[in-house]
Design a protein. Structure first.
Length: 471
């Protein structure tokens, strides 16, 4: 009996505005589901009051006419685009009503649809249906959201690649290898009593390690992929008064294109986001690194170290009137003991060049360290700093490469790897094939979560809730 009360919402015909709320030249209301065409058809007439136009429309055609409310009053002159299942975004029948971009008109269209039994779609419900109807896998549906949110050329590039399949081929390859491995393990299992070996131990071991290496490569690409998608973190550090904040302001003044200023959770780290050459960078201005005299200060220094830890690029600002090139070297060694700098790009910026008469010998020493000499206050050499940052970010490494950019995928891959490591260990310890096979099945399970072969209501809700309405 109870089951009767559970309505299958996936069968509803749904509607939602597909364009942002506000006045615009054109607005679009999207309707999807088995009754989409017949319901909109009841509201739609041609200028000479012909009806039944949409149900006879060919797939992929547009019809011009009037949209009427339940009292047969004209809501607007519209164009209806008709898409037929299964060849539509959702895989269902879809009508897209293009109307004049008036908030009132859009509202009236939605109300009329609701009156006819259409339900307003939840966030991402169109894309969710596309996934459930096999129009795209889960990672592609997520790429649609990434594409909508992309603000930079590089984020766009990454989203498009994922939309076009991304690492689907790599995952399919991994899957095949795992399934092969599993069938070998199960063969051994079936015949274990007869003491026959079907696969050489070394082959099995090799199969596992090559899968591990493939997984590791994907996992490693996340740090870079994620940075390019969400903005490359750059920490600006150095002694107090070296001119860190002045340098950041100078860079911002020259290059600011995206305006956003995020004050850190604390007063002493400030984050600024700018776009350089199609990539987003997050500059984190820190409190100077000094010997802490009180607790407040030591907290500020801790945060500076945290900023360095998070950064891919570290700009180390030096006051040229105070510090020699030799001293900088030892300061960096000291910093490295606090926060490991390995894998980070370090850019030393000697500041306040306007205050010193740099000799040729001194200049050579700074140059030899790859340090720049600038005046943040007088804006000398700032463009060079910007150019160096762009070079250091290795954009060419990312463009055209397949990278993991999605934290959910990264998480699933890490769990897959953990399960694989357990399997390898069990194998080395000579555990039963039964046990190893079950670990391998777990690896497959986690990888299946990425594309959505394995999924739960919770995973789906988590993903599609983040979509905009109408997508
Ligand atoms: N002559 C000269 N003065 C500079 C230059 N850059 C910064 N200053 C001055 O140095 C002082 C410190 O600058 P800030 O940018 O506040 O230095 P900071 O490193 O952010 O300092 P803290 O945040 O206290 O660690 C200010 O008086 C600046 O005007 C420069 O290129 N030349
Ligand atoms: Mg400062």
């Amino acid at each position: 009996m109870e089951e009767l009360n559970v309505r299958d919402k996936s069968k509803d015909t749904i509607c939602a505005p597909a364009t942002p709320h506000g006045e615009s030249a054109i607005g679009i209301v999207r309707v999807s589901g088995k009754d989409a065409i017949s319901i909109v058809d009841e509201m739609f007439v041609t200028k000479d009051i012909k009806t039944g136009i949409l149900r006879n429309a060919k797939a992929g055609t547009m019809k011009h006419g009037l949209l009427l409310d339940s009292n047969k009053n004209i809501i607007d002159e519209v164009i209806c685009s008709v898409f037929l299942a299964p060849n539509s975004y959702t895989g269902e029948d879809i009508v897209e009503i293009s109307h004049h971009g008036s908030v009132y008109v859009q509202q009236q269209i939605i109300i009329s649809l609701i009156n006819k039994g259409v339900r307003v779609a939840a966030n991402g419900e169109f894309s969710q249906r596309a996934f459930l109807n096999g129009k795209m896998d889960l990672s592609q549906a997520e790429a649609v959201a990434d594409l909508i949110h992309a603000r930079t050329a590089i984020a766009h590039d990454l989203a498009i690649k994922q939309l076009r399949g991304g690492y689907r081929n790599v995952l399919a390859d991994l899957r095949n290898r795992l399934v092969n491995l599993l069938s070998l393990l199960e063969l051994e299992l079936d015949f274990s009593e007869e003491n026959v070996e079907f696969a050489k131990r070394s082959d099995l071991k090799h199969a596992m390690s090559s899968i591990r290496m493939m997984l590791n490569r994907l996992i490693d690409s996340f740090a870079t992929g994620n940075a390019f998608k969400n903005g490359i973190p750059i920490a600006i550090i150095g002694k107090p008064n070296s001119g860190k904040s002045t340098l950041l302001n100078a860079i911002l003044n020259e290059e600011r294109s995206i305006v956003s200023s995020i004050s850190g959770t604390t007063r002493d780290t400030v984050e600024e986001v700018i776009q350089l050459n199609g990539v987003e960078y997050r500059f984190i201005d820190t409190a100077g690194i000094r010997h802490a005299v009180d607790r407040l200060e030591s907290e500020g220094i801790k945060r500076s170290y945290k900023a360095v830890e998070r950064a891919r690029i570290v700009i180390y600002v030096v006051d040229l009137t105070q510090t020699s090139s030799e001293e900088v070297q030892s300061e960096l060694v000291l910093l490295d003991t606090q926060v490991p700098l390995e894998g980070k790009k370090i850019l030393i910026v000697g500041n306040k060049i306007d205050m010193v008469r740099s000799t040729r010998v001194q200049k050579k020493k700074w140059d030899a360290m790859g340090a720049m000499q600038v005046s943040a206050k007088q804006k000398l050499g700032i463009n060079e700093v910007v150019n160096r940052i762009v070079t250091l970010s290795d954009q060419d490494d990312v463009r055209g490469k397949i990278m993991v950019t999605n934290a959910r995928h990264y998480d699933a891959m890490r769990r897959a790897l953990a399960a694989l490591l357990v399997a390898e260990e069990s194998f080395d310890e000579g555990m039963s094939m039964d046990l190893i096979a079950s670990d391998i099945r777990e690896v497959l399970h986690y990888l299946g979560e990425i594309t959505g072969e394995v999924t739960t209501e919770e995973i789906l809700n988590n993903i599609f809730d983040k979509f905009c309405i109408g997508k």
